[in-house]
Design a protein around this ligand. Structure first.
Ligand code: ME8
Length: 583
């Protein structure tokens, strides 16, 4: 039976077209998804949009449209971006959909029935644009005449000209006093602490996990889950005058896609509940991985497990008394939350005024998709804050893909064609290596079939690559592949097959050299496939491997790696990676 793997991006706010920050998140998730898929796992990958907010009503009114028509048009815009990049998501969740409403209402009712949701009066400031409550320390002062902002301090007082505003939207939050429902997060404090202790890899990287643990051990507060003044959203099943807002609505999207997957009945009305993908994980057969930016880490690492614990009855108050020492039930919880930092562009915050906004589609049309992907994933490790240096992006792409990779491929193709081989290129120097691939005892890195001076064998390269990718270390796996290509380039330069070819008695040797290049290019291209699927498919075709990408998506990857291949190269390769000038 295949192992199950489930990867998610955040559901993005619908307002505005996805920008390069969203692209970064979806791109990472897509690479990890593809990697797991070709590793023969039953994989799912979801993305979508977070739609339920009062802003939708305001914006639709401004556009003179019905709210749902307006949101439909935004959903199309979002999908267009992901489809342009050929991201291979298996489900696109909309929080206005019937299936999602069904899940969220069921969850809310269950948590309410067990007293984990209760009613309370709330008074405070609320920014509708952030969809969140604000405290004084979250705001800044704004001078209404000059529009300048500055931190709140005792020296300045609010006046006709000075107001407290949200720093992101520069708008004064509403002061609201209303009845709200709250989720009893405090009840789950010790349970959460025990969960963290038993799951030391729950948040990646460790330093962010430490932040979460420190936060939980210091202080948790019950949080508001509904709004009385909002009208657009999922109505609470136990109070028609309120809609749920933000986290109950947003986080459960991950469950919706598993509970009511994309199979619909014929009339497209009812849900067909396939088998619930989000199974109780008693045999570790499902791995759930959430990919998020650091901004929403607390909600995912603290609220989300507690909400799931409440819904799936993983822990009850009575356990305090009767089963305090017993093992807690941590099934139904996600396995890992992969978080990353924020980035700037040319060391400045991306902004229209500065003119450094990178809009993913137009940027990729100017250069190409691979330049954007390569630079974002290879310039920095994903865990840290970093900078997108537009010049460096071009230089990196030119060096790695346009020079290194493309030169090798082009040489391999042109020289093999010159040999004019009737039955394609094959060399039996690899025979022993193929058969020893799975036999560890025969694998001696000093005894690899390559005569060239290089420390690694393909086996070693593949193992390292898999180790990096299964730890989500995309940068190191890319670096390793390009280092490998460098070595291969050195080998070719040293061997000069173009000179050897002039001597008829050296043709066997030339075949061996060219076969080595093609074989290594195949291995590297398979490993680069999750990053650049379209281009790598073309590379396979250029090497004379027909339908190879399809094979990769549906075969066992490990078996493909040691497949004996004949390189039947008939045509000159088109330029797959053109070079770009610095501006
Ligand atoms: O928060 N650098 O949606 P959102 C890198 N709907 N990544 C960035 C970034 C930056 N400067 N700014 C944003 C929401 N991101 C909620 C999520 S999930 C149940 C609900 C990325 O449209 C980052 O991944 O604001 C962040 O987590 C995501 O965009 C937030 O997208």
């Amino acid at each position: 039976m295949k192992e199950k793997f489930y990867i998610t991006t955040p559901i993005y706010y619908w307002n505005g077209i996805p920008h390069v920050w969203h692209f970064y998140t979806s791109c990472i998730a897509n690479v990890i998804y593809k990697y797991n898929k070709i590793y023969w796992k039953d994989s799912r990958f979801t993305t979508g949009i977070d739609e339920n907010s009062q802003k939708a009503v305001i914006k639709a009114n401004e556009a003179g449209m019905e709210v749902m028509d307006y949101l439909d048009s935004m959903a199309i815009e979002h999908k267009k971006v992901w489809d342009y990049f050929n991201f291979d998501y298996t489900d696109f969740i909309r929080t206005t959909s019937e299936r999602h409403h069904k899940v969220v209402r069921e969850v809310l009712q269950h948590c309410f029935d067990k007293w984990d949701i209760y009613e309370w009066e709330y008074e405070g400031m609320y920014c509708v644009w952030c969809e969140s409550f604000k405290k004084d320390e979250d705001l800044v002062f704004r001078n209404k005449t000059t529009n300048e902002t500055f931190p709140i301090s005792d020296k300045v007082k609010e006046s006709d000209n000075i107001e407290k505003v949200c720093p992101d939207h520069l708008k004064k939050p509403d002061t609201i006093k209303e009845k709200n429902y709250f989720f009893r997060l405090t009840k789950y404090q010790t349970w959460l602490e025990e969960f963290y202790q038993k799951n030391p890899k729950f948040v990646n990287p460790d330093f962010r996990y430490n932040e979460v643990k420190a936060f939980v051990s210091r202080w948790l507060e019950d949080f508001s889950i509904s709004r009385e003044t909002n009208t657009f959203g999922i109505k609470l099943p136990f109070d028609d005058n309120q809609v749920t807002y933000v986290w109950f609505d947003a986080l459960f999207n991950y469950y919706t896609s598993c509970k009511y997957s994309r199979a619909w009945n014929k009339e497209n009305t009812d849900f067909v509940d396939e088998s619930d993908f989000w199974i109780k994980k008693d045999n570790n057969s499902l791995k759930v991985l959430h990919c998020i930016g650091k901004d929403i880490m607390r909600f995912h690492a603290i609220f989300w497990p507690a909400m799931l614990a409440s819904y799936f009855d993983l822990w009850k108050e009575i356990d305090w008394v009767l089963h305090f020492d017993e093992e807690k039930d941590f099934s139904y919880l996600p396995d890992e939350i992969l978080t990353w930092g924020y980035f700037t562009v040319d060391w400045q915050k991306m902004s229209k005024t500065i003119g450094n906004v990178i809009e993913p589609i137009s940027y990729s049309e100017k250069y190409n998709k691979e330049l954007l992907t390569l630079y974002m994933l290879s310039a920095f490790t994903i865990w840290r804050d970093w900078d997108y240096d537009r010049k460096d992006a071009i230089l990196t792409y030119n060096a790695k893909l346009a020079n290194n990779f493309w030169n090798l491929l082009n040489r391999a193709v042109v020289l093999t064609m010159k040999l004019d081989l009737e039955n394609g290129l094959y060399s039996d120097i690899y025979e022993n290596w193929y058969s020893s691939f799975y036999d560890q005892s025969q694998l001696n890195y000093n005894n690899n079939p390559f005569e060239w001076d290089i420390q690694w064998s393909i086996k070693f390269y593949n193992e390292e690559y898999s180790k990096y990718l299964s730890n989500y270390n995309l940068k190191d796996s890319l670096d390793l592949s390009f280092k490998f290509l460098d070595e291969l380039n050195n080998f070719v330069t040293k061997k000069e097959p173009w000179t050897l070819m002039k001597d008829d008695s050296k043709i066997e040797e030339v075949k061996q050299i060219l076969y080595t290049i093609c074989e290594w290019l195949r291995q590297v291209s398979m490993n680069l496939y999750p990053f650049f699927p379209e281009k790598m498919s073309e590379v396979f075709t250029s090497l004379g491997l027909v339908g190879y990408a399809e094979k990769l998506e549906s075969w066992e990857f490990e078996a493909l790696r040691v497949e004996k291949v004949i390189y039947d190269i008939k045509e000159k390769a088109p330029i797959l990676f053109e070079k770009f000038d610095l501006e």
